[in-house]
Structure formats: structure tokens, C-alpha cells
Design a protein around this ligand. Structure first.
Ligand code: S3P
Length: 453
């Protein structure tokens, strides 16, 4: 496992990259495959720690699942075929897996306890317990957090007006609604990623989103049928390279096979407003829009981002902050209080880390103000992930733009969503065409976290 990396400056990123499979779709493909009849095959599955937490949890719920590299075969048990696990399910760091499985297990005829790592055990679970309880679920929390015990019950179809804009909570409610005694309606606070809705339709479920994009109706007790799916590349993973190519002079990168679901791509709209040089080539659809991103270095302008835009860029906000730290003026990001309850308090960790580079950034309760006009300086202490995969990857990208090498602590956090991140980053770094070169660029502390090709 990587502990500390010495990251060398890059003189430009060049080349093509196909990023690993989408994390959100990988979780959902596993869960829907498990509750369908027949075999589901997932191609281009993301074999990262978070998705493996879901895979293992489903195995412990009695679902036969085999994985060979990025291909997963699930022998579906149907909506009523899960069995009680022998022990508490360890969800690791995976918030998505925890919230989604809570909705699923609320309607199963047995009791399950979910536990997680230190970070996950501090994340709010009341947001999922409360609306599920309104459907008749029995979910017991520990002071609002994990450990959580779910005692499966008969669930009642209901109309839920959501209090937070969260695709995880929405998806938990959809999974519960599948098991209810009548149709359910879910009204979102703001539209969020709709992978569950799209996939459920593919598996044969009946779910409709009204033209307002916020009102979702779910029909209960569907006969879901196993599918063969190819999971698109993760837009959130691609966004790290979009950012790197944008802020490092002499860069030109093409990212192929990237999922371009419009509920996920708010980052591209923001980047374009800042003057980013990115073109999008929509290629084909596989239930989800997919395409190629072509990105070049650009001098950026400041940007204002407000609440309605946040759900479509929630996981890329660390990167928006990084872009803003290179722009020729003052940017503001507001309406993003949800960042405080991610894998870390990302408002706090982004401010701490960017300040190490001399960036003028101040935190607000729900966002940041960033003045990008001051030149960055060499950090006097190591950069750190704080155990948060997206903060670690953001700071690795930032380090490429410095004048001298910088150290990154707890770099192994990338395993949560992107185990081959440093290999892919090294490949795109100019002049780096083989594994020996990767060793040189990342210094003596480099060790491979993923499969060495
Ligand atoms: C996700 C939803 C978002 C996102 C997370 C993945 C999902 O979380 O930040 O990385 O797959 O549903 P919230 O639902 O808490 O906004």
C-alpha cells in the first residue's frame, strides 16, 4: 500500500486514457443484479474498495457473485431471495453502499446490522432513517450514525418530500418502494443523479420521472430480470485529468468512454464558464450517455457557483476549488453545505490543503471564496489526503503544477474509488511511456496500489 508519495512537477499531460468504471453505477448494478431473477453480467465494473464493500455485503446476504478483474457475474436471488447474514456487514468507507442497502434491507424479513470505518461512522444516517420510517421501516441508529440495525418489515407505499438533495437517500427510498404494498412517490429537493432510475428501467422495473425532473413514481413488486451491462467510465474520475490538463501548461488529453449523464456533468458547464478548453464528443448510449472529452491547457476566469448547480457537481467541487485557485480573480462557491458531511468535511480539508500552496481561500458555512490571483508557493509540510480519496487525488494534481517535488501523505486513500489513479496519472505525464518511468516520476516511495500492467 502507498503511504507517502513524492510527486514530481509535470511539464504537461499528453495522451489518451479510458478511466475505470463508474462507482455509482457499479454499486447499483450489483444491487439490482442481486434482486433480479437470472444472471447479471457487469462489464467494466469498478474493482475499488467502495464497490467491493457492496459486492461482499451482497455475498453475505446469500447472493452468489463472481468477479474476474472488471467482469462481475451475479446469480440473482429475486426481491425475496436474500438471506440473513451471520454477522454485521462491514461497509468500510462506502456511504453509497450503506444508504442504498438500508433501503433494500428495510423490506427484507430479517434483521441486519451495518458497521463502517471511522469516517463512515461519523456520517449522518438520520437522513435515510427518517423517510424510511415513514414507510413503516424499523431502523435503529447509534446517536444518528452507524452501527445501524435494520429490522425488516412490510413497507407501505408513501409520498416522501425529501429534505436533502441526495441521490443516495433517493435510491434508498426507491429500493424500499420496490418492496412496498402500493406505489410510492418521491419528490426531490433538487434533481440528483438518476442512475438508479435508468438502471431499474433496464432491469424491467416501472419507474417514472415527471417533467419537473423532481417527482418520481415507483411501482412495487416488479419482476426484475438479470441484464448484461457495460458500465461507462466514471465522470468523477475523468474530472481529475480534465482539471490536470486545464491547469498544467502544454497539456492535451483525450478521455474516452466517459459517462456523460447530465445529472453528473455540471463540472463541464462550470469549466466552460471559466474559459476551459474542453470539447465533448457524444458517441453512443448504453442506458447512459457516453463520450470522449478532449481537454487542453487554458487560462481561467473566476466563477460563481450557487445551490441549484451543486448536485450535478457535488463530487467535483474540490476540483472546482482547484481550478478557481488558478483563475485571474475571485470565485465563490455557495449552497454546498453537503460537502461538510462527505468522507471528510471537504470544506475544511480543501481549505487546509490549498492553503499549504499559498492559495487565498476562505471557508464559508456552505462553500468557499477563492482568489486565484496570487502565485502558489512550495508547501513547507507534506500535502495530505486526510483519508479522503477525492482530496488525495485533487492534491496530487495540484502538486504537478508546483516548481519542485512535493510529498503527499496517506495517498493510499485513492483505493476507495480509483486504485490505478497514480499509474494513469504517470502515463499521461509527458515522456512517461512505461512502468520504469512511473517509478522515476513518483520517487522512491512509489509502490503500486493497483495491478501492475
Ligand atoms: C452518490 C451520491 C452523492 C455523491 C456520492 C455518490 C450516489 O452523495 O456525493 O459520491 O452514488 O448516489 P449524496 O447522495 O450524499 O449527495
Amino acid at each position: 500500500m502507498i503511504k507517502k508519495l513524492s510527486i514530481q512537477p509535470a511539464s504537461g499531460l499528453q495522451g489518451d486514457l479510458s478511466v475505470p468504471g463508474d462507482k455509482s453505477v457499479s454499486h447499483r448494478g450489483l444491487i439490482l443484479g442481486a434482486i433480479s431473477q437470472g444472471t447479471t453480467t457487469l462489464h467494466h465494473f469498478l474493482p475499488a474498495a467502495d464497490c467491493l464493500s457492496t459486492l461482499t455485503a451482497l455475498q453475505k446476504l446469500g447472493v452468489p457473485i463472481k468477479r474476474v478483474d472488471t467482469t462481475v457475474t451475479i446469480s440473482g436471488r429475486g426481491l425475496r431471495g436474500l438471506t440473513q447474514p451471520q454477522q454485521p456487514l462491514d461497509m468500510g468507507n462506502a456511504g453509497t453502499a450503506t444508504r442504498l442497502l438500508t433501503g433494500l434491507l428495510a423490506g427484507q424479513p430479517f434483521e441486519t446490522t451495518l458497521v463502517g470505518d471511522t469516517s463512515l461512522s461519523q456520517r449522518p444516517m438520520e437522513r435515510v432513517r427518517q423517510p424510511l420510517q415513514a414507510m413503516g421501516a424499523q431502523v435503529q441508529l447509534t446517536a444518528g450514525h452507524l452501527p445501524m440495525t435494520i429490522t425488516g418489515r412490510t413497507l407501505h407505499g408513501s409520498c416522501t418530500e425529501m429534505q436533502v438533495a441526495s441521490a443516495q437517500v433517493k435510491s434508498a427510498l426507491i429500493l424500499a418502494a420496490l418492496q412496498a404494498d402500493q406505489a410510492s412517490t418521491i419528490i426531490e429537493k433538487l434533481p440528483t443523479r438518476d442512475h438508479t432510475e435508468r438502471l431499474l428501467q433496464q432491469f424491467g422495473g416501472q419507474i417514472e420521472t415527471a417533467p419537473d425532473q423532481r417527482t418520481i413514481t415507483v411501482q412495487p413488486q416488479p419482476a426484475l430480470v438479470g441484464q448484461s451491462l457495460t458500465i461507462p467510465g466514471d465522470f468523477s474520475s475523468a474530472a481529475f485529468f480534465v482539471t490536470a490538463a486545464t491547469i498544467i501548461p502544454n497539456s492535451h488529453v483525450r478521455l474516452t468512454n466517459v459517462g456523460l449523464n447530465p445529472t453528473r456533468t455540471g463540472f463541464l458547464n462550470i469549466l466552460r464558464r471559466m474559459g476551459g478548453q474542453v470539447t465533448v464528443d457524444h458517441e453512443h448510449r448504453m442506458g447512459e450517455p457516453v463520450g470522449t472529452l478532449d481537454v487542453r491547457f487554458a487560462q481561467l476566469h473566476p466563477v460563481q457557483v450557487t445551490a441549484t448547480e451543486i448536485p450535478a457537481v457535488i463530487d467535483e467541487l474540490p476540483l472546482v476549488a482547484l481550478l478557481a485557485a488558478t483563475a485571474n480573480g475571485i470565485s465563490t462557491i455557495s449552497g454546498a453545505a453537503e460537502l461538510r458531511v462527505k468522507e471528510t468535511d471537504r470544506i475544511a480539508t480543501i481549505v487546509t490543503e490549498l492553503r499549504k500552496l499559498g492559495v487565498q481561500i476562505t471557508s464559508q458555512p456552505d462553500g468557499f471564496v477563492i482568489d486565484g490571483r496570487k502565485s502558489w508557493r512550495q508547501p513547507t509540510e507534506p500535502l495530505a489526503s486526510h483519508g479522503d480519496h477525492r482530496i488525495g487525488m485533487m492534491m496530487a494534481i495540484a502538486a504537478l503544477r508546483l516548481a519542485a517535488p512535493a510529498e503527499l501523505e496517506s495517498a493510499e486513500a485513492v483505493n476507495i474509488s480509483y486504485p490505478t489513479f497514480f499509474e494513469d496519472l504517470a502515463r499521461l505525464s509527458q515522456g512517461c511511456e512505461d512502468d520504469n518511468c512511473i517509478d522515476q516520476r513518483f520517487g522512491a516511495n512509489w509502490q503500486f496500489v493497483g495491478t501492475k500492467h
